[in-house]
Structure formats: structure tokens, C-alpha cells
Design a protein around this ligand. Structure first.
Ligand SMILES: [Zn+2]
Ligand SMILES: [Zn+2]
Length: 376
């Protein structure tokens, strides 16, 4: 079938993107879903920093590629062997397909699925190959989703079925921002009621961590960013203190507020400087968690004596250490009970044709989560 899609052919275009237009909106050909695959009508897709990192070249990916990895939609066609979904079901896409059989899946860590990671690195679907073409040109899939398109063929293993009462524009957020940001707090760090938290970097993921820490019962949630607008939003979402990340003594201020450092500090900005600060904000014996994704050659100098003698933990968190079929329904239930107001992260909706301008706003920090709404 034919559908409209946002294609990236070259990374590193000069901003503003509204002029250089790195994403080209074109009609593409989608193959029918193969065995274990599903054709989804994309209803809503969020603009995330991970897309921006492919556009600006920080995250090299095989090109040309149809971007978009945070999305929700409606099932329109089932490939062979898909027996647990029906046409018309609402689904959230998860940007790491999990095979269910590899060693990491078997130990309950599907976010680290080995065939899933290999397929994502190649820009292919879980069972190999691509399903998108623009005339004779083969287009790669972004993280198994390629959701900046009216329709997408994806692996069944990239989908979580959800209830139909949740608006699909809201549902999209649960595929990346919420799964990653809340999961870092409740799965990776397992923050307990009464513990102290700081979050460095307040994009959609970082603000989700602020919400997650508040919901988990953290005694203090200190939010750090360069943008006063995002700091104001963090305060509205439950942050107990907000600090300017440009302040050279920001780590000292966190240590002062927490009498020696926070129990858990989450680095969500994707910069080495932010992670260095996050380590300094963490108390002796505390844990620094990073879910930010800097360029692939970024290296962090670590003081090993401090790591040993202060029993520090520094750990990564990918997609919030999620088990998607367990966590997406949990976080949606929290939202529906008013405990996780992720709709507050939405800066607005836009049309696919306006996506380059949307990435300008994300780059400039004037928007948190903009959603391409394909149903308008
Ligand atoms: Zn994302
Ligand atoms: Zn697996």
C-alpha cells in the first residue's frame, strides 16, 4: 500500500530545519505484513530527542530511514501467525522489539533483547529486511517503528495492546518518554518512599522521571535544567526544588539541599558535563542513573577511589529497564487515576508536513513533547 512518510536521507543538515528540511515528506510503498508482523495505522507520533540525534548526526543510523519511534495507532491488517491481536485494536509501539527467546529476554530483560538490538542497529524489522520503499530506494526502519508515516509495518513484538478509552495522542507518550523516564525511577533505581531524587535534563524523559519520582513518594525531587520554562513546568509537576543547570555550583546546591547528596540522581540530558554533575550530586553510597544518550564516542572520567571508598553506583537505564507488556498498562492506569499526569508534557500537536519546524522547536528547547496527529 502507499502512505506518506518523513524520510531522512542525510544527517547533519544545518538548522533551522524549517529551511534546510532534512525530513522529506513523500509517498512510499509499504509491503504487506509478513508472518508475525502487523500493519498499523499510525494515529499519533511524538517528536523525541532520539529522532533529533539521528537528524543532527549524533546517533549514526543506516540511511535513508523513515524516522519516528514513539507512537500509538490502530491495527488494520495482521500477518500470518499473529493470533493475539484483532483488527481495530489500539496499540502502543515500543522501540525495542523483544524476541522472547534470547538469554536477555529469558532473564526478564526484554529491553536488552539481543536479536531486537541487532535488528534496530541494521534498521530492519525483527525478522530481517525492510518493508518500506520509495520507488527503487530501500528505506530503513527507525527502531522497528518508523512512525512518522500514515501507516507502518512492524513486528508484533514491537506492540503492546491498550484499551480504547485512552486518546491515542496521549497513548503515544507511553512508548518512549514515559516508559523510559518513569521506568528509570521505578524499575532501574527502584526508588522507595522517603528517598531523595534529583533529575538533570528536563525533556519529555526527564520530566517523566520527575513525575515518576513524585508518584513513587520521593521526599525531595530536585529538577535541574537550563530552561526556566522547563523548570517552571517541573515545579508544577511536583519538583520540590528547581535549579539552573548553568550555575557552576549546581552540584553543591543539590548537596546542600539534601545534606550531602541525593540518594538517586538521574542524568537525562545526554551530555558528559551533565553526567559529571549528576555524579557530584549523588550522596556517598548513592546511585547515579543515566538514560541520556550522548554521541557514541563520549567518555566519562570516573574517580575510581571515590567509586570504591564511597560505594558509589553508576548505572545505565535503557527504555526504563522495561517489561513492556507489564509496564505500559501500569503507567496508563496511573495516568487514568490522576497519579501520573503525562498529558502535561504535551506542548501541542502538528501535521506531518510541519515536522521540520517541530524539530526546530525541540532543538531550541521551546517545546517538550509535540505530537504528530495523523487523525486531523
Ligand atoms: Zn524517544
Ligand atoms: Zn530477545
Amino acid at each position: 500500500m502507499k502512505t506518506n512518510a518523513a524520510i531522512l536521507r542525510r544527517s547533519g543538515a544545518p538548522p533551522p530545519y524549517s529551511q534546510s528540511r532534512p525530513l522529506s515528506i513523500e509517498q512510499v510503498d509499504l509491503s504487506s505484513p509478513g508472518p508475525t508482523e502487523v500493519l498499523v495505522r499510525v494515529a499519533a507520533a511524538g517528536l523525541c530527542h532520539s529522532d533529533l540525534s539521528v537528524i543532527n548526526g549524533d546517533r549514526p543510523r543506516p540511511l535513508p530511514m523513515v524516522l519516528g519511534h514513539e507512537a500509538a495507532g490502530i491495527v488494520v491488517e495482521l500477518g500470518a501467525q499473529v493470533e493475539d491481536l484483532a483488527i481495530g485494536d489500539h496499540v502502543v509501539m515500543v522501540f525495542m522489539p523483544s524476541c522472547g527467546h534470547c538469554a536477555r529476554c529469558a532473564e526478564g530483560r526484554p529491553a536488552l533483547c539481543e536479536p531486537g538490538a541487532a535488528a534496530n542497529a541494521k534498521g530492519e524489522l525483527l525478522h530481517g529486511g525492510t518493508r518500506i520503499r520509495a520507488q527503487s530506494e530501500t528505506l530503513h526502519h527507525h527502531l522497528g517503528c518508523s512512525a512518522f508515516a500514515g501507516h507502518a509495518v512492524v513486528s508484533r513484538r514491537s506492540l503492546v495492546k491498550i484499551g480504547k478509552e485512552l486518546p491515542l495522542t496521549h497513548a503515544a507518550l507511553f512508548g518512549c518518554a514515559v516508559l523510559t523516564g518513569v521506568g528509570a525511577v521505578v524499575n532501574t533505581a527502584k526508588v522507595q518512599a522517603g528517598q531523595s531524587v534529583a533529575v538533570v535534563g528536563l525533556g519529555g524523559v526527564g520530566l517523566s522521571s520527575v513525575l515518576g519520582a513524585t508518584t513513587a513518594g520521593a521526599s525531595q525531587v530536585i529538577a535541574v535544567d537550563l530552561s526556566t520554562r522547563k523548570l517552571d513546568l517541573a515545579r508544577e509537576l511536583g519538583a520540590t526544588a528547581v535549579l539552573d543547570g548553568a550555575d557552576p555550583d549546581v552540584a553543591g546546591q543539590v548537596r546542600k539541599l539534601t545534606s550531602g547528596g541525593a540518594d538517586f540522581v538521574f542524568e537525562m540530558a545526554g551530555s558528559v558535563k551533565a553526567l559529571e554533575n549528576a555524579v557530584r550530586m549523588t550522596r556517598r553510597g548513592g546511585t547515579t542513573v543515566t538514560a541520556g544518550l550522548p554521541p557514541p564516542d563520549a567518555v566519562l572520567p570516573v574517580n575510581i577511589v571515590s567509586l570504591v571508598s564511597e560505594e558509589r553506583t553508576l548505572r545505565g537505564s535503557y527504555i526504563g529497564t522495561c517489561v513492556p507488556v507489564r509496564d505500559v498498562p501500569r503507567y496508563i492506569a496511573l495516568f487514568q487515576h490522576g497519579r501520573l499526569p503525562v498529558d502535561r508534557l504535551m506542548s501541542g500537536t502538528l501535521k506531518l508536513e510541519d515536522i521540520n519546524r517541530g524539530f526546530d522547536q525541540l532543538r531550541e528547547g521551546t517545546a517538550v513533547r509535540q505530537i504528530v496527529n495523523f487523525l486531523i
